[in-house]
Write a new protein. Sequence first.
Lengths: 234, 234
Amino acid sequence: MAARQQNRSSQGRRRASHSMESVLTEAVALLDEAGAPALTFRALAQRLGGGVASIYWYVANKDELLDLATDHVIGSILSDVEALPGGDDPVDDLRAIAVTLFDAIVARPWLGAYFMRNTNAQSNSLRLYEHLGAQTLRLDLTARQRFHAVSAIIGVVVGSAVDLGQEPPQEVLDGHLGRDEFLGRAAQAWRELDPADFPFVHGIVDEFDGHDDADQFRSALDLTLAGLRLQAGT
Amino acid sequence: MAARQQNRSSQGRRRASHSMESVLTEAVALLDEAGAPALTFRALAQRLGGGVASIYWYVANKDELLDLATDHVIGSILSDVEALPGGDDPVDDLRAIAVTLFDAIVARPWLGAYFMRNTNAQSNSLRLYEHLGAQTLRLDLTARQRFHAVSAIIGVVVGSAVDLGQEPPQEVLDGHLGRDEFLGRAAQAWRELDPADFPFVHGIVDEFDGHDDADQFRSALDLTLAGLRLQAGT
DNA sequence: AGTACGATAGAACACCGTTCGATGCTGTGC
DNA sequence: GCACAGCATCGAACGGTGTTCTATCGTACT
C-alpha cells in the first residue's frame, strides 16, 4: 500500500507532490541565489516542478511565504546561537549572539530586510529574542532597561544589516566591477569635494575606502555594549 | 510672448508641462499619503495631469525616482538640522541631530526603508553625513573611530526606523484596530507563554505593552552615545 | 517659413501576485 | 469491486506594475 509517494520522481512526472518543507527550502534557495527579487511564485513553481497555484495551498500569499521562509532560516540561526558556549560575562555573551546574528545576515543579505518582522507569532524569532533577553537577566537592570537594551542590540544588528543588504548598483552584480573598486570610485568622488565644505568626509575617506563591514558592525555593537555595561554598573 | 506656461491650467488642458520640482513634490505627496506602494508611475502621471511615459523624461527608472524623492525630503531635514542651535557638548549635538532625523522618519515612515541608500552622489545625504561627522571632529578620536561612530549613530536611527516603518498588519490600516490594541493583543499572547521557557519575555511584557517608540529609540541612542563618550575619554 | 529639438503622450510588452474552475489522486464506506 | 468525498494540483485568466517604442506637439532659432 501507498508505495508511491516515497519516490515521487520515478515515473509519475505528471503531477508534483510538495510539502511545506520543500516549498520553504526552495524559496530560501531562490533567495540565497539571487536575492529577494528572484523569489517569484512562477520561479518557485518551476523549481518545485509544479504549477503556480499549488503554492497557494501551503501559503496564503507572498507576505506569508516571506514570513515563513524567514522563520525557517531563523530556526537554523537559533541553533547556532544555542550552540554558543556561553561564559562568565553576560555582556560578552550578548556580543557573541549579536555577532552570530550579523554573520548569518552577511551570509544571506536578503534577511536584513525581513529580519524581526514578526515578533508576534509563536515563531523562532521570539525564541531568539528570549535568548538575547536571558543574558540581560544576569545584569543589574530594571525591566525597562532590559527591554530597551535588547531592542538596542537588535537595532544595531538591523541597522548594519540594512546598509549591507542593499543591492549593489548593478555593475557589481554583473561582475563588471568589484566591490572594492566600486567603493574606491565613491571614495574618489569624496576626495574631490571641497575640503572646506566637507572636512569630516575628507578626514575619513581613507577609512571608508576598502572598509570592512564586519569591523563597522563590531564597532557599533561595542559602543552600545559599552553603554550597557556602564548602565549596569559593572 | 510665451505668456502660456505660467498658467498651465487655463485653457491649454491638452498637454501638461511638468518640472523636476513638481514631479518630486507630487511623488513625495503620494508617499506621504499612502506609503511606498502608492507611488506608481500611473498614479503619479494622473496626479500630474499627464501621461505615464513623460515621467521618464525626468527620471531614468523607479529606483532613481525613489532616490531623488528621498533626497528631496532629506534636503528639508537638512534645513532642520542646520537650524539646530548647537551647544558646548559635541555628544549632545550629535544626539540632537539624531533625534531630528528620527522625528523626520516618524513623520514619514516610508523614509526608513530608503534612508541613506545613496551616500555616493552629490546629494543632501552627504551633507547630512558631514553634519554628523563634524561633531566628532570636536572629540578626541582617531579617524577610524570617527568613521565608526557616525556609522553607529546612523545605524541606530535606521535600525529603529525599520522597526517603525513596518506596515501594520492590515487591521490597523483599516481602522478596525488601534495600534495600542494591536500591541496589547501581542502582549497578551506573550503573557500566555510558559514562564519557565520565556522568563525574559514575561519580565518585559508590561514594558512592551503600550511602549513608546520614541523612548525606545532614545534609549538605544543614549547607550551608543554613552559608549562614544567613554571612548572619547571625557 | 522651415527646421531642430525639448517635452509630451498613447499603446504595447513582459512580468508580477492572485483567483477561478476544473481535474487528478487517494483513502474510506458500502 | 466501486462510487464517493476531499485533499492536492494545475492551466488559464485578471488586474496591476515598470518600462519601452514610436509618434506627436510646441517652441525657439536660422
